[in-house]
Design a protein around this ligand. Structure first.
Ligand code: KIV
Length: 262
């Protein structure tokens, strides 16, 4: 598949849905590159790979390590690096950390969470040569401040606020926006209100593409399965069965037989 650019991503609006999936390492990135348009090195890795209860303790060093691994596994795929919590709280901090992504990895763009209140940061980053993806709606980095993961767009006021968020982010210069955990009909209105692609996660089908966390959609992450996640395989059972079979064969000395020795 030909690597997308910002120009070709923008052209996909109202043309063909964009396929985004998270990736955290070279192993899986290599497997995903044939089908995915964009690989997102999401700070969700702090939960599924890091074993933490939320994304808040992810660090810049961690994101840079994983982004480099993903870029090595899928060198011809557009890669987005998520900016972790606390790394873009003012213009100077945001720029220093975003510059680290560009200087220490081959990532194509960065993603930051937040609505209209973050537009000034996006403008600052874009004016300094950084390509930015916005992220509106349910914001995982606000889980402690909001006391849980809250679906958005449940009232007309929230719908108008989401439209204002998306427009502010577009006007600030972002080239794409992720919208998470939003009522489907509202997400569809938000998509129609901007001219950049809106990528949904738990936001229905009226948007310009979808993103899923890979460990969720492969059925590998057992602690919690959000309602919007379709599991395309039962990865946890497949892995557990394979390891149980291996353990049994080691204990019974069936493995290694003559096919697996020098
Ligand atoms: O961190 C992540 O994986 C994300 C997705 C939920 C969009 O931001």
């Amino acid at each position: 598949m030909k690597k997308l650019t910002i120009t070709t991503i923008l052209k996909r609006k109202n043309e063909s849905p964009i396929v985004m999936i998270t990736a955290y390492d070279a192993l899986f990135a290599r497997l995903f590159q044939e089908s995915a348009d964009i690989l997102l090195v999401g700070d969700s890795l702090n939960m599924s790979f890091g074993g933490n209860p939320d994304t808040l303790s992810a660090s810049m060093d961690q994101m840079i390590y994983h982004t480099n691994a993903v870029c090595k596994g899928a060198p011809n795929t557009f890669v987005l690096c998520d900016m972790p919590f606390g790394t873009y709280c003012d213009e100077k901090t945001a720029l220093l950390n975003a510059l680290r992504v560009y200087q220490e990895t081959p990532a194509d763009a960065i993603k930051i969470e937040g609505g209209a209140e973050k537009a000034y940061l996006i403008k600052h980053l874009v004016s300094n040569g950084i390509a930015v993806c916005g992220h509106i709606g349910l914001l995982p980095q606000s889980v402690r401040a909001e006391g849980g993961y809250k679906v958005k767009g449940k009232s007309e006021e929230e719908a108008l606020s989401l439209i204002a968020d998306a427009q502010a982010i577009e006007n600030a210069g972002a080239f794409i926006i992720v919208i998470e955990g939003v009522k489907a009909e509202v997400a569809s209105r938000v998509a129609q209100s901007v001219s950049i692609p809106l990528i949904g996660i738990g936001a229905g089908n009226g948007v310009d593409g979808q993103v899923l966390v890979f460990s969720d959609m492969l059925g590998l992450y057992e602690p919690f399965v959000p309602k919007f996640v379709k599991q395309y395989m039962d990865g946890a059972t497949a892995v557990k069965n394979a390891v149980a079979e291996y353990a049994n064969e080691v204990k019974t000395k069936v493995f290694p037989d003559e096919n697996f020795i020098y």
